[in-house]
Design a protein around this ligand. Structure first.
Ligand SMILES: [Zn+2]
Length: 206
C-alpha cells in the first residue's frame, strides 16, 4: 500500500513518498527511501537551497512545488525558476496546485520539461487531468477526493493514492480506508489496486 504523498511524521515507512514544503525540513528526510525536496510559498533564497540540496542528494525528487490561489502572489513568479532547477537536476517532481491549473499547465507546456511528475491532491476534472497526462504527468487522489464532483470519472484514468498527512499510524489508517473504498468503487480486488498503483508509481520512485 503505497502512499504517493505524505509529510514527515512519526513513522519511517519505506512504502511512501515523503514530501517537504519548507527548506527547514530538508535535514529530516535524508533517511526516507522515497523523499522529495519542496518549497511552498517560495522565496528567492529558497531556490538556492533547493538547487544546493539536489546537488548533494542524487536520488531525491522535487516536491512539493506549485501554485496556490491562496498565496499572496500565488507562486507564479517563481515556478519557472523552480522548473529550471528541476530540469537542471533531471528529477521527477510533485506539483501542488490549488485553483491555478490553467496557469500551471501553461507554464509546464512553455517550459517543455520532459520529466515524470505527479499532481497531488487532485480533485479537478478529467479533462484537466488528461492535459497533465499529455505533458507526462499523473494525478494523485487524496482522502477528500471521494466526496468531490469528478471522483467517479477520475477513477477511469491512471491515478495514484495518497494520505497527504504526516506519516503516522493515523495516516496509514486513512490511506488503508481510501484504498479499500477506491477498490470497491472500481469493482476490483484490493490487491489488484495495490499492484496497479505500485506499477504506476515506479515511474516516479524507482
Ligand atoms: Zn500540497
Amino acid at each position: 500500500m503505497f502512499d504517493a504523498h505524505c509529510h514527515i511524521g512519526t513513522l519511517r515507512c519505506t512504502d511512501a513518498l515523503v514530501c517537504t514544503s519548507r527548506v527547514e525540513e530538508y535535514g529530516s528526510i535524508k533517511d526516507f527511501t522515497h523523499r522529495a525536496y519542496g518549497i511552498l510559498e517560495p522565496s528567492r533564497q529558497d531556490l538556492d537551497a533547493l538547487d544546493g540540496v539536489l546537488a548533494t542528494d542524487a536520488d531525491a525528487l522535487v516536491g512539493e512545488v506549485g501554485m496556490d490561489a491562496r498565496w499572496p502572489d500565488d507562486g507564479r513568479g517563481l515556478l519557472d525558476d523552480i522548473l529550471h532547477i528541476i530540469s537542471k537536476h533531471k528529477r521527477p517532481f510533485v506539483l501542488h496546485v490549488v485553483r491555478r491549473h490553467e496557469e500551471v499547465l501553461g507554464i509546464l507546456a512553455a517550459a517543455g520539461i520532459d520529466l515524470p511528475f505527479m499532481v497531488h491532491g487532485f480533485t479537478s476534472s478529467p479533462q484537466v487531468a488528461l492535459r497533465y497526462m499529455r505533458l507526462g504527468g499523473i494525478i494523485s487522489l487524496g482522502p477528500l477526493c471521494p466526496a468531490t464532483r469528478h471522483y467517479r470519472e477520475l477513477l477511469d484514468l491512471p491515478f495514484l493514492l495518497e494520505s497527504d498527512m504526516p506519516l503516522s499510524p493515523d495516516s496509514q489508517g486513512v490511506l488503508d480506508r481510501l484504498y479499500t473504498q477506491v477498490a470497491a468503487d472500481m469493482g476490483i480486488e484490493r490487491p489488484r489496486l495495490e499492484e496497479m498503483i505500485d506499477e504506476r508509481r515506479a515511474v516516479l520512485t524507482s
